[in-house]
Design a binder for this molecule. Sequence first.
Ligand SMILES: [Fe+2]
Ligand SMILES: [Fe+2]
Length: 344
Amino acid sequence: MTERNNKPNVLVIDDAFCVRQSLHFILKDTFNVLMAPGALEGNFFLSTHNIDIVLLDIRLRGTDGLKLLADIKHKYPYIEIIMITAYASIDTTRQAIRYGAYDYLIKPFDKDELMSVVLKAMTRRQSRLSIKNELDMLNESTLYLEHLIRSAQETVMNSSESHMTAMLLNIDSRDGYTWSHVKRVTKLSLMIAEKMGLTDEQRQWLKCSASLHDIGKLNIDKDILTKESRLTKYEYEIMKKHPVEGEKIIQRIPFLGKAVPAIRHHHERYDGEGYPSGLQGREIPFKARILAVADAVDSMMNSPVRQSHCPVEKVNRELRSNSGSQFDPEIVDVVLRERLLSLV
Ligand SMILES: [Fe+2]
Ligand SMILES: [Fe+2]
């Protein structure tokens, strides 16, 4: 804010030599006074010095003083600008104030009035700067708090992972499949998410949803869960309840709330023929659309119920032929284009 002598810096931009001299004479004991005969020199001082106050001629030769005022305020919002005018036109003055000028002075100057206006402008600059500093500190604190909350959430999620693992192993002990299934679905979902540019936070929630997407099978009868032959219509209707059962289980854990939509909707179809809600297209949460693809791929490649596991080429063909009906075509495009199935 100040030069080596600790005085605030006042920049006078006026094309009249005698005006610059008289302002210098009045202000020099209290301020460092820099003097510019035009906009070019004024802008040079503004870019090279830490200017506190600008005294600006409203009728600068070859320059629109009001435009220069607006430019300075735009670039240096915390500099206070006092307009100098030879006449008190209400319109011009009003415009100057509207463009951000602090005050105006009419030539010839009254020494005391001049000093009083410049000192008041200085006080205003200091108080605005101190408010700005407080706001900056507040923003920094907010960012730090947000960081702390994110870390706390991560800690809670990590510590709950062992609990989730126990639940999944419980299902696995009944069907011998779910544990490895969710691992593979999670891996492919995250590969898709990376190729689609999801943020770290979105990927974290996708990972959580993928790990828990079949948690609702805890509430499905073991005989239905492990049946090797085709399910009857009745049994299939029971099996179809697992996304909603999963939603009920996870809803009881408040900090996992963001994982719920993908868990509930991972069996929706893009054409609206899926379950439990029959959502269509982009009504289906994005993470649920990713899960639907990864889940179906794993079912084709690794389901214990199928007699023979599909080779990658056949699964790719299935994805292509069901793109836009069962699956989100954008996600299928990514899987095929990036040859993701050869990497799982
Ligand atoms: Fe499922
Ligand atoms: Fe699944």
